[in-house]
Design a protein around this ligand. Structure first.
Ligand code: AMP
Ligand code: ZN
Ligand code: FE
Ligand code: FE
Length: 281
């Protein structure tokens, strides 16, 4: 059993269609893949049909944009009911915030001497219902201003960067409660990646588990070094929460995130499925 519980399709900022992604997962030898696009479940129906056709398991999910103490934190929600009104309304609000941020970002890029038009960005957004920074990065690449997404983020788009504009995200404890309220299982995505190790310290995680019912931590992720993985695994064990592993695959949009590069055990996957079934109303 090779199980990968965090991937993105072109329905957010990955580059494969949901169908292509599931076929690629089967070719990579995965037995289960979770599709977890940013703030939308729009790719799940197509992914699920393809998974059935190619004979692998599809765990439906979403990666919710949240904020905690001023920092962006990503929350994975598995098995949520996307029609649950409070979650649906919040995801809609987040997607609107992503789209509203576009014109101020474009104004900053123009001032910085690397102009791109809204139409140039829209051409990169494709099947996604909202604009991600990686789409803006792709437009900068297509316009010849930078070589790749990485350069676009390093020079302009990174958090606090010269063309970064904050956007709406749901407060983290509220996000965990919304996932739970929609019958889902919540797992903090790459909790000690990039900039969040200081805000998601062990005491904070302990409180999120005790007070909000957080279900798990993504331990094995490319943004975590060996020490972070070992410390996070020990924390998950101590708190009695689920420890997952995943690729955070984005197609050609992210290097070194190949399908199956990190995996989740069959036992943890079975427990997630069991909790989803138990929470279904
Ligand atoms: P957004 O959700 O539209 O604000 O864009 C965030 C996405 O951009 C994340 O999910 C990452 O995939 C990517 N990203 C954020 N910061 C960086 C960075 N410094 N370098 C490369 N990619 C980044
Ligand atoms: Zn992404
Ligand atoms: Fe993420
Ligand atoms: Fe992700």
């Amino acid at each position: 059993m090779t199980i990968d519980l965090h991937t993105h399709s072109a329905v957010s900022d990955g580059t494969d269609s949901p169908e292509e992604l599931v076929r690629a997962a089967a070719r990579a030898g995965l037995s289960v893949v979770a599709l977890t696009d940013h703030d939308t479940g729009d790719g799940l129906a197509a992914a699920s049909r393809t998974a059935e056709a190619v004979g692998i398991g599809l765990l439906p999910g979403v990666e919710v944009s949240t904020r905690f103490q001023g920092h962006s934190v990503h929350l994975l929600g598995y098995g949520v009911d996307f029609t649950e009104p409070r979650l649906a309304a919040e995801l809609e609000r987040i997607r609107s915030g992503r789209n509203d941020r576009l014109s101020p970002v474009l104004a900053k890029l123009a001032q910085l001497g690397v102009p791109v038009t809204e139409a140039q960005v829209r051409a990169q957004v494709g099947a996604s219902p909202s604009v991600g920074r990686p789409h803006i990065a792709d437009a900068l690449v297509a316009a010849g201003h930078v070589a790749d997404r990485r350069e676009a983020f390093d020079r302009f788009l990174h958090d606090g960067g010269p063309a970064h504009v904050p956007r709406y995200a749901v407060d983290l404890p509220t996000g965990i409660a919304l996932v739970r309220g929609a019958g889902g299982v919540s797992v903090l995505a790459h909790p000690w990646g990039r900039h969040t190790r200081t805000v998601l310290d062990p005491d904070t995680v302990t409180r999120l588990v005790a007070e909000q019912g957080l279900d798990g931590l993504e331990v094995d992720h490319q943004d975590h070094d060996a020490e972070a993985r070992a410390s996070l695994r020990a924390l998950a064990d101590r708190l009695g929460v689920l420890a997952t592993g995943s690729s955070d695959y984005h197609g050609t949009g992210k290097v070194d995130h190949d399908l199956g590069c990190n995996t989740t055990t069959a036992e943890v996957h079975a427990e997630i499925v069991r909790r989803i079934a138990a929470r279904r109303r």
